[in-house]
Design a protein around this ligand. Structure first.
Ligand code: FES
Length: 79
């Protein structure tokens, strides 16, 4: 089962040509990155892998309500 970490999103700086596995379940101790905890705590979830094409900042959902997980879509404003 997904878990809320915080209401507001967190900024994450991605570096070009790096592959990131973002947590979508909220159970990772390395949030916003996946640490494999979903295999036990939320087996219906899996990480969302993103290859960064350029250096950029993204906003990562922490409320577990985003329809564009792992990225924030503003759903926390309705929480
Ligand atoms: S620990 Fe949350 S998706 Fe892997």
């Amino acid at each position: 089962m997904k878990k809320m970490i915080a209401k507001n999103p967190v900024e994450f700086k991605m570096k070009a040509n790096n592959l990131y596995a973002f947590c979508t379940c909220g159970h990772s101790d390395k949030h916003p990155l996946c640490d494999g905890s979903h295999k036990v705590d939320a087996p219906e979830c899996k990480s969302h892998k993103v290859m960064a094409e350029e250096d950029k900042s993204v906003w990562i959902c922490q409320c577990s309500e985003s329809k564009n997980s792992p990225f924030c879509d503003g759903a926390h404003k309705e929480c």
